[in-house]
Design a protein. Structure first.
Length: 128
């Protein structure tokens, strides 16, 4: 297992653990303190963090077998997507300026591109 595989595996596990904590905080700590729209956005951010945390674990596990550049890009974009999408939604829900909401779609784009790159990595590995 190479260094990047380990980084993606550890990052995925940490994102999954923190998603559990953030989910609990949203349920217990935010209920009644924020509006229904903000709570729904928080839950969506947690859900996307879960999915892409699992994606990072998958990417890390497959990395040694896939090789090439595409799987590295996939993992990096999953991390970027979680930070930009989920973390900015958390920040906005907790009172950060609404202007940061303009950046959130870039995180969603990073998520989509990460899965496309992972597919490319699989195709490239199959050709070797």
């Amino acid at each position: 297992m190479n260094l990047y595989s380990k980084i993606f595996l550890v990052a995925g596990c940490l994102f999954l653990a923190s998603a559990g904590a953030l989910s609990a905080y949203g349920f217990h700590g935010l209920a009644g303190k924020v509006g229904a729209g903000e709570l729904e956005a928080w839950q969506w951010a947690v859900q996307m963090q879960y999915y892409h945390g699992l994606g990072l674990v998958l990417t890390g596990a497959l990395g040694a077998r896939l090789g090439g550049w595409a799987w590295l890009g996939a993992g990096a974009l999953m991390i970027a997507g979680i930070v930009v999408f989920s973390c900015l939604i958390y920040a906005q829900t907790l009172g950060a300026p609404e202007a940061i909401g303009e950046i959130v779609p870039l995180g969603g784009s990073a998520f989509m591109l990460s899965w496309l790159l992972l597919a490319i990595a699989v195709i490239q590995a199959a050709r070797r």
